[in-house]
Design a protein around this ligand. Structure first.
Ligand code: SF4
Length: 447
């Protein structure tokens, strides 16, 4: 049973590619993509090559509900790709003059409409509004797959970590020249792997080889992974939000352990914090690393005030309204009353998007007898929506877009509220600002 966070924002996708020497990779594909479920919970899919044919399937639902042993027993193949998503079913399979291939990606094509209209003027027809179909048809215009992938940066404004499986079993991986979405390669005695996060490599018992370089195009063979082309990259812009929230805490992204970044963010919040608290706790799961960092850098004891009901039913749909979302959140996240009564609590979380969940958490703590609730947020105040794949759609949805910190504190009902500044956020991650996307906070979208 899959239990995951009830959150206000989600990444859209996770991707995985596997190439094994001797054995079927079917179960490993499902197992690996299960470890990327936190990146998207609405759809999941996989494609495998077997004797020159590609077999693909995508479902609406969680990996564990969809790819049961019975379903997986219908598949065969040593080479495959898999995907998990909030917005669309992937992989997409295309039969073209350069062969049949399956493609999946994590990211977002900002100029999708313009590209689609241009392709339609050239005579291409489309069966969906999904960006992955646009990607497939752009690749299929070229003389071969390598050239098709090389052509993408000239046409696409956006982010894309791509896995592509050809019908001869060749497996390709490409990361956009900005390197927005994480993408990493690994290996074991069985073969090689690329994945959105190293959490999938951990789950598969594989070792990290290296990050897929921005603009790099790679060919995966069971015996190794080799770069076959490098597209020019004028600016690197790794998504900074991955470190605060999106990625799993056991992942290492762009050589920075997410756990270290979150601990540093918590420590930064503790610096010069002049409150007298009796316990510091995190909102599970992505607030925990920040809380631990706060605790280590201060005299404040670490405690657990919220925990998960691990036997709560998982869900395979997005609840239609806020009341239903709140009810499910309460079923899953319960309060530890004895840890709360008469305490002055520092409550750490990764970010505030709409604020609806955090209002509930603060109210629950106060109704349970907390004397004070000091909210501390690892990421700076979110002000602008993401164009590269996070599911907040407009500025209006962000509580921080046109409100001061004090106005947000009043809405939350917290005793005090503090965010990391953009400068301290960058310092805690440990990557120079000119190699990060910080558009959530600055509004300067890299392109
Ligand atoms: S806008 Fe924010 S969430 Fe989107 S890529 Fe940039 S830092 Fe990441």
């Amino acid at each position: 049973m899959m239990i995951y966070e009830e959150r206000e924002s989600y990444d859209h996708c996770g991707v995985l590619g596997l190439s094994f020497t001797d054995e079927d990779c079917v179960y490993s594909l499902a197992h690996g993509i299960f470890h990327l479920q936190h990146r998207g919970q609405e759809y999941c899919g996989l494609a495998l090559e077997d004797e020159g044919e590609i077999h693909a399937e995508a479902f609406r639902g969680l990996v564990s509900d969809s790819f049961t042993p019975e379903v997986l027993s219908l598949f065969k193949g040593k080479h495959g790709i898999a995907h998990t998503s909030l917005k669309d079913p992937q992989p997409f399979v295309l039969e073209s003059r350069i062969g049949k291939f399956a493609i999946a990606f994590s990211g977002n094509i900002i100029n999708a409409r313009e590209i689609k209209e241009e392709l339609m003027r050239k005579g291409f027809s489309f069966s969906s509004n999904y960006h992955v179909e646009i990607l497939a048809k752009l690749v299929a215009q070229a003389n071969n797959i390598k050239e098709g992938l090389e052509s993408l940066p000239k046409k696409i404004n956006g982010s894309y970590s791509i896995v592509l499986l050809a019908d001869d079993g060749s497996l390709y991986a490409m990361r956009d020249p900005l390197g927005v979405k994480p993408f990493i390669a690994g290996a074991s005695a069985k073969g090689v792997c690329v994945a959105s996060e190293s959490a999938a490599l951990n789950g598969l018992g594989m070792k990290i080889i290296k990050d897929i370089e921005p603009g790099g195009i790679y060919l995966l063979r069971p015996t190794g992974i080799s770069k076959i082309s490098q597209v020019e990259s004028e600016r690197i812009a790794h998504c900074a939000f991955e470190y605060a929230y999106t990625a799993r805490i056991d992942s290492v992204i762009n050589s920075i352990p997410v756990a270290t970044a979150r601990n540093n963010l918590g420590a930064s919040l503790a610096k010069d914090d002049d409150i007298e608290a009796t316990v510091v706790a995190g909102v599970p799961m992505s607030g925990l690393g920040h809380a631990l960092g706060y605790h280590k850098a201060s005299e404040v004891p670490y405690g657990i005030v919220f925990d998960y009901n691990r036997y709560a039913l998982g869900r395979s749909y997005i609840p239609p309204n806020q009341d239903e979302r709140n009810r499910i959140a309460r079923d899953k996240l319960y309060i530890v009353r004895e840890a709360v009564r008469d305490q002055s609590i520092v409550l750490c979380d990764d970010s505030i998007v709409r604020g609806t969940q955090l209002v509930e958490r603060v109210r629950e703590l106060q109704e349970t007898g907390a004397k004070e609730v000091h909210v501390r947020i690892g990421a700076p105040k979110l002000t602008f929506p993401c164009r590269h794949g996070i599911s907040t759609r407009s500025k209006d949805e962000l509580i921080g877009s046109d409100r001061t910190v004090e106005e947000i504190r009043k809405i939350l009902g917290a005793t005090t509220l503090k965010y990391n500044s953009v400068e301290s956020f960058v310092q805690a991650i440990g990557i120079p600002a000119d190699k990060l996307c910080l558009a959530c906070w600055t509004g300067e979208y890299p392109s």
